[in-house]
Ligand binder design. Structure first.
Ligand SMILES: *Cc1c(COP(=O)(O)O)cnc(C)c1O
Length: 421
């Protein structure tokens, strides 16, 4: 099926007499007739639900739909995008290990990987996504376990050169993990270009209506863990907490997601609630339609801003003049996303224009139906001075504009009165 059909029909396929609409299985527990049947579930000997902290049918149907959209072999939902990125990485590394991380990633993920994982003795080498192959290769160490990047960086809107990153990761015997939140699987499938694991903050375009925080991890099934048993002992050697099973032997291509559910969900418990999974599924049904409109609106807004005298610069990979346009054309030929950044010269002027906006709201959110703005220098990065901001790759006058699906003339009219009025 085509992706827009999967959005509507994928995941849940009701049988005769079943509810037509994905049911919300709002139950923490599941009943069994014999003690032995339940025991087999605890040993991962049989397939089935027993406690919603590990798995729930509503969540699994939604994960299956996202898995189909990405072209993966297995997927799981998490309570947030943060949890998805933490689990995706922590599933294959432990104390003493090392990661190679692109510098152009979401601030929350940067903190997680660079600062919080350091407290677990997991270190990172941060690389510029535009570095040369030599520079990238030099970042790897004996104990490197994965490479992490974002397909379109939030908020830098830089495009990851998947093939360069996948080649370096695979040459060093480790997987490439890509956060594909901004383009969504509608506009980009990182597995086609060598990524091994994909993560999502479903909070953004997938939910799309700003109702439910959530995340997802999808495995391509392409990375052969068994080639490196000493590097990935958690997957290739016995798990004593499940009576000595070996995930790669017992679960084959589903080994990574099964281990992530059976160990990390069991122990850390960042499960999606079935009610929120239902809302995410609602969003997914119209994802293909909405992404098309987000892209066409953002392209028109970016062009309008580029022609506006008071606007000093605009970054949108959909613009022909953008530094990342060629990579966008290569990896996301149908368009990128609805997010762009622009600047008005100074921190004060950007803040002044934002205060004058009427319809477009100032919110700490991005990628939903309603157009919104954020000024990192005044909000998420407000503790930094101008010099520190530049080092972090965030210009003091940078406004992140998340273009929604309203009529584009109304979006431009609001920007016009705020900038030029
Ligand atoms: C928002 C975001 C996250 C974090 O997701 P939450 O659902 O807020 O936990 C991770 N990656 C990207 C690219 C994001 O935009």
């Amino acid at each position: 099926m085509e992706k827009d059909t999967i959005c509507v029909q994928g995941g849940y396929e009701p049988g005769n007499g079943d509810p037509r609409i994905l049911p919300i299985i709002q139950s923490t527990t599941f009943k069994y007739s014999t003690s032995d049947e339940m025991g087999k579930l605890f040993d991962l000997e049989a397939d089935g639900y027993f406690y919603t902290r590990l798995a729930n049918p509503t969540n699994d149907y939604v994960a299956k739909k996202i898995c189909e959209l990405e072209g993966g072999v297995a997927a799981m939902l998490t309570s947030s995008g943060q949890a998805a990125n933490f689990y995706a990485v922590f599933n294959i590394c432990e104390s003493g290990d090392h990661l190679v991380v692109s510098s152009a990633i979401y601030g929350g993920t940067f903190n997680l990987l660079v600062n919080s994982l350091a407290k677990m003795n997991i270190s990172c080498t941060v690389v510029d996504p535009d570095c040369t192959e030599e520079e990238l290769n030099a970042a790897f160490k004996e104990n490197t376990k994965c490479v992490f990047g974002e397909s379109i960086a939030n908020p830098a809107v830089k495009i990851l050169d998947f093939e360069k990153f996948a080649k370096a990761a695979h040459a060093h015997g480790v997987p490439l993990i890509v956060d594909n939140t901004f383009p969504t699987p509608i506009n980009c499938n990182p597995f086609k270009f060598g990524a091994d694991i994909v993560t999502h903050s479903t909070t953004k375009y997938m939910d799309g209506h700003a109702t439910s925080v959530g995340g997802c991890i999808v495995d391509s099934g392409n990375f052969d863990w068994t080639k490196y048993p000493d590097k990935f002992p958690g997957l290739c050697k016995v798990d004593e907490t499940y009576h000595g099973i070996v995930y790669t032997e017992k679960f084959g291509k589903a080994a990574y997601i099964t281990k992530c559910t059976a160990q990390l969900m069991r122990d850390f418990g960042s499960i999606q609630s079935p009610q929120n999974a239902f809302y995410i599924n609602f969003g997914l049904e119209t994802l293909a339609l909405r992404m098309e409109r987000h892209v066409s609106n953002a392209t028109k807004v970016a062009e309008w801003l580029s022609n506006c005298d008071k606007v000093k610069w605009v970054n949108y990979p959909g613009l022909k003049s953008d530094k990342y346009h060629a990579l966008a054309e290569k990896y996301m030929p149908n368009g990128t996303c609805g997010v762009l950044t622009f600047g008005l010269g100074t921190r004060e002027e950007s803040a002044r224009v934002m205060d004058r906006l009427k319809m477009i709201a100032i919110v700490t959110h991005v990628a939903d139906t309603r157009t919104c703005v954020l000024h990192p220098a005044s909000h998420t990065h407000r503790q930094m001075n101008d010099e520190q901001l530049r080092e972090a790759g965030v210009l003091p006058d940078l406004i992140r504009l998340s273009v929604g699906i309203e009529n584009v003339n109304d979006i431009i009219a609001d920007l016009d009165q705020a900038i030029n009025g």
